[in-house]
Write a new protein. Sequence first.
Length: 305
Amino acid sequence: MIAVVILTHNEALHIGRAIESVSGIASQIFLIDSGSTDRTIEIAEGLGATVLKNPWTNYAQQFQWGLDNAPITADWVMRLDADEVIEPDLNATIRERLPTLSDTVTGVNLKRKHVFMGRWIRHGGRYPLTLLRIWRRGAGRIEQRWMDEHMLLSHGDSVTFEGGFSDINLNDIAFFTDKHNKYAAREAVDILNQRYDLFPRDAADSVAASAQAAQKRGIKERVYNRLPFGAGPVLYFLYRYTIQLGFLDGKEGAIYHGLQGLWYRFLVDVKVEELKREIAPLQGKAARTARLAQLTGLKLPAVVD
């Protein structure tokens, strides 16, 4: 019924749970692995998954490589992260409803919930996050961006399925902060690319399948990213924690909203400022992009002025 595509790098903690959660709906499971040294591949193959290996550049390029190179024969394709879970009620809904969709429907949105330190974060604008995660084979591609990449439909309509779709990462806070530090560098590159038009990327209004994603992207790029240094993170956190009732998520919510809604957003601002000081004096897109790649360690595309 569905070919499930999962990107992995040392995901032994999560991969078995992810694969088992799509039992009954997945006719094919493909791991696109970027050099795991733990038991990720062993666990996945033991559960019937096919593993393809490809060096890492960024999420968008890795996932698109998987779509282009995995021998997908199923009628539908699903994007699933290794730390995500399709819960039994959603599994049943997909099994029942997917075969009944009309030919004009080419995409299915799912409502993702985030579980942090064992608690479902229900407030602060974090639920539901409506994301295109299932599409007809050949109708979907991933945005080419360095951060916050979404799936896009080439044609057709999308519908939304109800049911449990959870992001439950079991690693500790040190992993969380390290991951978001890396995210901040990638997001800073996207912001600077927006400002200086360094290399091609998908536009802010290209998120055709999810109205919620398109709206959030537009506000972020047209309003938030233009605010003075430091103002955005403070205003965003206060809005999220008070007006959007983030305080109702308890102690775990205070930690999550504080880290993800304030600390991380401020870290992005700091990285943008740091990198801007290095590239602004340079002349030409090629010089700026090369310097940005050198400073971040990211494999940015070669640019010719």
